[in-house]
Design a protein around this ligand. Sequence first.
Ligand code: ATP
Length: 574
Amino acid sequence: MEYAALVDVYDRLAATASNNEKRDILAETFAGAGDLLPRLVVLARGRLFPAYDRGELGVSSSLTLEAVLAATGAAEDAVRERWRETGDLGDAAAWAVDNGGQQTLFSRDLTVERVHDDLRGLADFEGEGSQGRRVDALAGLVSDATADEARYVVRTALGHLRVGVGEGTIRDALAVAFLDDGGESVDAVERAYQVTNDFGVVAETARGGGVEALRELDVELFRPIQLMLAEKAETLAEGLADAAGDGGEAVHCEYKYDGIRVQIHVDGDEVRLFTRRLEEVTLQFPDVVRAVREGVAADRAIFDGELVGYAPETIREKSRSPVVFQTLSRRVKRESDIEAMVGEIPVVVHLFDCLYDGETTLDRPASERLERLGAAFSSVAPDPEGGVAGLERATSASASSEDPDSAATLYEEALERGHEGLMMKNATAAYQPGRRVGRMLKLKPTMEPLDLVVTRAKYSEGRRSEWLGRLYLACYDPESDELLEVGRLSTGYTDEELADLTEELEARIVNREGRLVELEPEVVLEVAYEEIQSSSEYDSGYALRFPRFLNVRADLGRTDADTIERVESLFDSQ
Ligand code: ATP
C-alpha cells in the first residue's frame, strides 16, 4: 500500500471532530487492509508497537530535526521558525520538504510497509554510533517523502500523530469493519483487547473468526495486561455504598499501600515483573524474583500487587514503616550494584489479585480470585540479608455498607501504620483490565491530588531564574488523545527538586520563545490544589486554584495523566 493512501486517511481523520466519522473512516481502511491489517491498526494511532510492548524508538525531537535538515537541505533557522510557529515538528518537516531545495534524484515512492519497518528498525540500533544511524535512517525516509508524507513520518517517529484517534475509536472501527452490528461486538473487541493488549491480534482474529474467535483469545504469560484502576471515594460511606452497588454486595477492603504496582508473571522458574505502565522491572528486583520462586506454588500464574519499600530496621516487624515513594523509586532507576539496594531499601510485595493460575481468572468474581490467590502462594518473610523480599497478602477485612465498622477500623489502622488509605472492592465483580471502575474505590484522607502533564514552562524570576519554576499543566482527553491545560504551577518544590525537575524538562524542550519553552509532554507531576474553577484561560475550560507540587510521577506517561472527565467530576463534586 502506498504511504500516500494512509496519509490521505490521516488527513481525513484530522479534518473531522466527529468520533463516528473517524470510526467509519478507519473501518473502511481496516476492511480493505489485506495483509497490512495488523500494522495499520497500530499505525492508526501513530504507534509502532502493540500496547503491551514498551518498545522505544530512541528518537528525540533534536535527532528528528537533524534528520529533516539532512534530508531536505533546508536552513536550520527557517525550520526552527516554522516549528515554533506551529508547535509541530511534523508541520515543519513538511515545510522543509517543499522549501529545502534538495532534489532527490532516485527517490522511491514510500509504502506503508517501508515506513513501518524502517521506523520500527530505529529501535534496534544499539551501541556506539546508533544515534547517527538513526538520523540516517530517518533522513532516508524523509528524503523520499512528499511534504504531506514527511509530516506524518515525523509525527509517527515522535509518537504523537495529532489526528485525534483514541483506543475507543479503534475498537469501534474494528467492530464495524468485521463484525455484525451491536453492542455485543464492541464488547467482544474490548474484552479481546483487554486480555491481549494488542490491537493487531484482535483485528486479525475479528476478521478471521468473528465474535466467537475473539472470545477464545486469552491472556498469555509474559505479555503484560492493562491493570484495573480505581475510582476515588470522598468518604468511607460513599466508597462502601459504591463498591457494594445496587445489589448491596459484600465489599472486600484492603490497605491502600503507597508503592509500585506490580504485575508478576510466573512460569516455573521464570519470573518477570511489570509496572503499571507495563515496563519490565525484573532486573531491578532480584529479591522479589527469589521470593516468588520460594513462595509461589502454582506452576504458571499472574498476580497483581503493590511493591512497597520499608525502613530496614523495621522490616521484620508486623507494623513496619513504609518509606516514601521517592525513596523506593531509587530502586527502579538503579542500573548497577542492584544487589546492594536489596538491603538498603528492602521491599515487601503485597499481593491482592490473581489473574491467571493455569487458566484465566479475569471473568471470575473477586472473591473467587482471592481464594485462588490464597491457594497459589504461601507468604515469604522478608530477609534482606539473604537477598529475599517479603511476599504476603494485602492486609484486608470484609465489610458492607450496612456494617462499615470493620472498614473504618482497617482504614484507621492503615493510616496509623503510615500507609496511604483504604481500597474497597466489590467481592463479586470481574477484573476489568485498563479500566477505572466504580467497583473498586480508593479512599485517602486529603483532597485527591491530580497527576498532570507539563506541556510548557517558564524560567522563574529572581533567585531561581536558572530554573523552570512556572509549569503549565494539562490533563488528558482519551477521546481525542489530546492534552488540555488546566493551570500553572509555581510553588511547592524545594530548590533541589526544582533543579532536578529543570534538568528533566530541559531535555524535552521543543521550542523556545524568550523565557517560555514548549515541551514534549512526557513529564507527569502529582499536584495538590485548593479547588477547581471554571475558566476560559485554559483550553480545558478549568483552572486549578493554588496548585502545589507534590511529586514527579516517573511511573506515569502522557496517557496515564488524570483525564478531563476526572477534572470535570471533581469540579462537580466540590
Ligand atoms: P494513586 O495516585 O492514588 O496511587 P493511581 O492513579 O496511581 O492512584 P489508582 O488506580 O487511582 O492509581 O489507585 C489505585 C492504585 O493504588 C493502584 O494502581 C495501586 O498502585 C495502589 N494500591 C495500593 N494498595 C492497593 C490495593 N490493596 N489494591 C489495589 N491497588 C492498590
